[in-house]
Design a protein around this ligand. Sequence first.
Ligand code: VNL
Length: 390
Amino acid sequence: MKKRTLIQAAALAVLASTGGLALAQTAPFKIGLILPMSGQQATTGRQIEAAVKLWMAQNGDTVAGRKVQVVLKDDTSLPDVTRRLAQELVVNDKVDVLAGFGITPSAMAVAPIATQSKTPLVVMAAATSSITEASPYIVRTSFTLPQASVALADWAPKNGIKKVVSLVSDYGPGIDAEKFFKERLQLNGGQVTESLRVPLRNPDFAPFLQKVRDLKPDALFVFVPSGAGAAVMKQFFERGMDKAGIKLIATGDVTDDDQLNDMGDNALGVVTSHHYSAAHPSAANKKFVAEFQKANKNMRPNFMAMGGYDGMRVIYEALKKTGGKAGGDALLAGMKGQIFESPRGPVYIDAQTRDIVQNIYLRKVEKKDGQLWNVEFDVIKDVKDPGKTK
Ligand code: VNL
C-alpha cells in the first residue's frame, strides 16, 4: 500500500516537472467526423466512413507520436443537427479537427464554430464554391461545382451541343452548376434556353422532364447530388428523351460510381465532367480501388470516398508538420499548400483559398468486363475553382 502510493507520487512528480507537456503529447489527437450516416444522403456517409477507415488501416493510427482517434457522428444531413454535433465535439470532446460534411448547408452551419474555436474544418464532400469563404479555418478536399461545370460547357459546343436546358437541385451546388455552365456555354457561342430547379428533398423529376421534352434542346445538363443520379437517369430514359433527340450531359455526381453499375445500359455513352472516376487509370488509383473494394464487400469507391481519403491525408500530413502538436492555427498552416499525388491525379491545397486545385476529366460511360465505368477521355489540368472572387 505504502509502496504503491510512493510510485504514484513519483509519477505525479514527473508529470509536474514536464509541465503537462508529456500528457498533452500523448493524449489522443481527435478528429470529429460529422457525416450523413442515415437519411437521404446516407450513401455519402457510408463512402466517406469507409475511406477514412481504409486510410487509417493503410497508414496506421499513430502520427508523430499521437494516437489518432476518430469520433464519428451522424447528422442525418440536417444542418441544425450538424451545428449541435459540432458544438458538442468542440466543447465536450475537445476535438482537434472537424471533418466530413455531406452537404453544403451542413458545412455552412458549422463555419462560425470553426472560426470562433479556431478549429480547422476539412470539407470532404460539400462542393458549393463559397464554402471556403465562410471561415478562414475551412480547407476542402472534395471539389467545386464551378470546376466541373465549366469543363463540360467547353466540351459541349465542340460536340454539336449548342442549345441546352439545365436541371439542377435547388440549393448551393446546383445554383453554382447552373450559373457557371450557362455563362461559359454562352461565352462559347451556345445558349441555355431554360434553367429548371428541382427541390433537394424528395425530388420528383417527372414534371421537369416533360417540360424539357417540349422545349426540345440539343441536350439536358443535370446536377443532382450524389445518391440522386440513378432516379434522374431512369426517368430520362423511361420518358424516351434520348429517342426524342435530347442528349443527357451532367456533372459526375449523376453517374456516381456508387450507383453507376445499377443504372443499366441506358447509361452507356453519357458524357460527364468530374474530378474523380474509379476507372482513373493510374497505379495509385488501381491500388486504392482494389483495397477499398476488398475492405468493403466489393463496394466501388466514388468521388465522396476520394474526398474523405485525401482529407485524412491532409490532416495526417499537417500533424506530421507540427510534430504532433495540435493547436488550430499551426495545424491549419500545415494543411495549406500541400501538394500530393492523389488516386484522382495530382492535387494541391491552394494556400490562399484553402480550396483544392485539381484535374477535371471528361468521361463517357462505357462497359468493360461486364461493368459500367466512367472512362476518362480528356483532361483539363490544374483547375482552380472558377467561383473564387479573390
Ligand atoms: C453537394 C455537392 C452534395 C455535390 C453532393 O452529394 C454532391 C453539396 C451529397 O455541396 O451539398 O454530389
